[in-house]
Every structure is written in structure tokens, then in C-alpha cells.
Design a protein around this ligand. Structure first.
Ligand SMILES: CC(C)(COP(=O)(O)OP(=O)(O)OC[C@H]1O[C@@H](n2cnc3c(N)ncnc32)[C@H](O)[C@@H]1OP(=O)(O)O)[C@@H](O)C(=O)NCCC(=O)NCCS
Length: 148
């Protein structure tokens, strides 16, 4: 399985499958300091994740937009995993750790790996089972942090 960088017209149709934040446009996901990665096995997608490179930990989508925007010149060293979805059991977990590896290789300025997750048991079980720590409980989201 390989981890690929999603680009406009190259696996970007996968964004249509995002069950967590279906309203976010391709333009949002691929602009400013944001990117998408996919786990591909023989041309089949097994999982996908969207990441924003941010200067603070956001608690909602407005902050996600603001903190990853080019408008602020503050150094951005926090990777925010703001949606992840899987097409095959176990591949969500593999996607997450492959994304961390990819970021460490390709974006060495990143120092922290944090999520902006929906406030539900699926997110909590998934991240706690993967070894993350619950960083904060917000009015309508959760943040988890992976200490790599
Ligand atoms: C969360 C998700 C990415 C996990 O992907 P995965 O690693 O391939 O998935 P798995 O089915 O192996 O689930 C891994 C763990 O997530 C948790 N989980 C998955 N589905 C769950 C559900 N419906 N309710 C509660 N916990 C759930 C469990 O802890 C599960 O471990 P278990 O099977 O030993 O109980 C996948 O379930 C998914 O695509 N969910 C829909 C999208 C979503 O809500 N993403 C946001 C999560 S932060």
C-alpha cells in the first residue's frame, strides 16, 4: 500500500466520500496550508485523511480555516487531522500513522500531531485505541494529540 498526495484531478474525487465534513469543498481542502492524503492499494483507495498545517489548535471549522490561513505569518508547526475515513477495516489506523510518517518526511517543520474530531464515541474509541491522548473537549468537537 502506498500513501499518495491528493491533488486536484488526482484522487480528489475521494473528497466526495468524506462522511465527517462533506460540506468542505475541494478548494478549501487543497488551498492555503491544507492537504489530503490517501492510502492506495493497487489503484483502490483504502482510506483518506485531510490535514491542515496550523499555528494553533482549532476547536471548530472557523478556527481551522483561520489558523491554517496564509494571512497570519506565525510559524505553522501543528498538523491538524480534521477528517479521516476508511473503506476497509483497519485502514483508518494505517492511514493515520502513514500520514504521520509522510509529514515527518515531507514537512519536517511539523512538531505536533493533533486532531479536530467530531464529538462522538467513534472518534474517541478510534483515537484512544491508537494511543492518542485526549487534549480537550470542546462545545462541539474533541481534540486528540499523538505524541510520536
Ligand atoms: C473511524 C474510522 C476512520 C476507523 O477506521 P479503521 O481503523 O479502518 O476502522 P475499524 O473499523 O478497524 O475501527 C477501529 C476502531 O475505531 C472505533 N470504531 C469504529 N467504528 C466505531 C463505531 N461505529 N462506534 C464506536 N467506535 C467505533 C473502534 O474503537 C474500532 O476498534 P474495534 O473494531 O476494535 O472496536 C472508520 O470507522 C470510519 O471511516 N469512520 C467514519 C468516519 C469518521 O467518523 N471519522 C472520524 C473519526 S475521528
Amino acid at each position: 500500500m502506498e500513501t499518495i498526495l491528493i491533488e486536484s484531478g488526482y484522487y480528489s474525487h475521494l473528497f466526495n466520500d468524506d462522511p465527517v465534513r462533506p460540506h468542505l469543498t475541494e478548494e478549501f481542502r487543497l488551498s492555503n496550508n491544507r492537504l489530503g492524503l490517501a492510502l492506495i492499494d493497487n489503484h483502490n483507495c483504502k482510506a483518506a485523511v485531510c490535514i491542515a498545517i496550523s499555528n494553533e489548535v482549532p476547536t471548530n471549522e472557523i478556527e481551522l480555516d483561520e489558523f491554517s490561513s496564509d494571512k497570519t505569518n506565525i510559524e505553522k508547526s501543528i498538523a491538524i487531522f480534521y477528517t479521516i475515513w476508511s473503506y476497509d477495516k483497519g485502514c483508518g489506523r494505517k492511514m493515520l500513522f502513514n500520514a504521520v510518517d509522510w509529514l515527518q518526511k515531507n514537512r519536517p517543520e511539523i512538531k505536533r500531531f493533533v486532531t479536530l474530531s467530531p464529538k462522538n464515541n467513534m472518534a474517541r474509541n478510534f483515537h484512544l485505541k491508537n494511543g492518542a491522548k485526549e487534549l480537550s473537549v470542546n462545545s462541539d468537537s474533541l481534540n486528540f494529540e499523538y505524541f510520536i
